[in-house]
Design a protein around this ligand. Structure first.
Ligand SMILES: NC(=O)c1ccc[n+]([C@@H]2O[C@H](COP(=O)([O-])OP(=O)(O)OC[C@H]3O[C@@H](n4cnc5c(N)ncnc54)[C@H](OP(=O)(O)O)[C@@H]3O)[C@@H](O)[C@H]2O)c1
Length: 311
């Protein structure tokens, strides 16, 4: 007799997930919250932004699946059962969506679209000579699963790309840097800085005034990691005095972004409401099914979060 799977998310469609999970695991006993039945039946839980304490209700829980790549929200819950592994999603379709967001934004800046859109609003015809991709070096801060995919797509478009991470990395065609000692040289060559790091105590506010002013003057920022990576007041100041030319932000320290937040009044900041990518049920169901199979067979699980490290 195998256990049931709890589903808890106010953002994701339970029926869509049910369809794809059942394709991957015929016979799965799938129980969307609040129709959980007997809590003792729950063997695994798929969750996104469940309230603190929810995971404590299930005495036979053996696997938590975070419906997303970032685990900062779930790890804030200090009542999580300590021995239960937390799996996060590492999904090729999610990687593709993240790369699309970055490509769209990089190309928008590279091909001068903010200026061209302004000219259009003002009914002005003004030729801006395009540059080749090789003239725009891009830095990817956080070259893990998503970052290395994004970097590879940028290389494919002919941009010189560097990447920075905590530990040494090797990504074909990408100049890699790691650790605090190599941060400044990495920043000095990043005319667009793309942030794809997790939020942890170590990365909280990592993009501060020093970091912003170590970039070439007029550099642009793209943040698809977590809002709290950036010191928001420092970014607003750096844009005001021209050190940072523009920013496209998908994530913010407080979400939804409060209506009186200064970012709304800074024309150089493009704001999107945390939608750079989603967890894609069709592709992500397969890895969840495989980990559940391994769990039941007593085999080693994959994509398990290191709780102490925070990602
Ligand atoms: N906006 C959205 O819709 C959206 C969607 C999905 C994900 N995200 C965000 O994207 C993040 C990254 O996802 P991922 O799957 O690529 O994660 P990942 O595979 O764990 O990669 C994280 C990268 O950040 C680096 N890093 C972490 N802490 C660091 C530190 N203190 N100093 C320097 N580098 C550090 C890691 O370096 P090492 O490998 O050397 O440790 C690694 O290169 C998620 O945590 C989530 O917050 C956002």
């Amino acid at each position: 007799m195998t256990g049931a799977m709890l589903f808890y998310s106010k953002f994701d469609d339970a029926n869509d997930w049910r369809e794809h999970l059942l394709n991957a695991m015929p016979g799965l006993d799938f129980r969307p919250h609040p129709d959980v039945g007997n809590p003792a039946d729950i063997e695994s839980a798929m969750v996104w932004k469940a309230p603190p304490g929810e995971m404590r209700k299930y005495p036979n829980l053996k696997l938590i699946v975070n419906i997303g790549a970032g685990v900062d929200y779930i790890l804030k819950d200090d009542t999580l059962p300590p021995g239960v592994p937390i799996m996060r999603l590492v999904d090729p379709e999610q990687n593709r969506m993240m790369a699309q967001y970055v490509l769209l934004t990089v190309l928008r800046y590279h091909r001068n679209f903010p200026e061209l859109e302004k000219q259009r609003r003002e009914k002005r015809w003004q030729y801006i000579h395009p540059r080749e991709s090789a003239s725009l070096p891009i830095g990817v801060m956080g070259i893990g699963n998503i970052g290395s995919h994004v970097a590879t797509e940028l290389v494919r478009q002919g941009f010189p790309v560097s990447g920075w991470s905590r530990t040494p990395k090797s990504v074909e065609g990408v100049a890699t840097f790691h650790g605090r000692d190599q941060l400044k040289p990495f920043l000095a060559r990043s005319h667009i800085l793309v942030l794809i790091m997790p939020f942890t105590p170590e990365t909280d506010g990592i993009v501060n005034r020093d970091v912003l002013y170590a970039l070439p003057r007029g550099a642009k920022i793209i943040n698809i990691g977590r809002g709290a990576l950036i010191d928001e007041a420092a970014l607003a100041g750096a844009i005001r005095d021209g050190q940072i030319g523009a920013a496209t932000l998908d994530v913010f320290r407080t979400e939804p972004l409060p209506s009186d937040h200064p970012f709304w009044d800074i024309e150089e900041i493009t704001i999107t409401p945390h939608l750079a990518s989603i967890a894609v049920p069709r592709s992500a169901s397969l890895q969840i099914a495989e980990n559940l199979r391994r769990l039941r067979a007593g085999e080693k699980l994959f994509n398990i979060v290191d709780r102490a490290r925070g990602y």
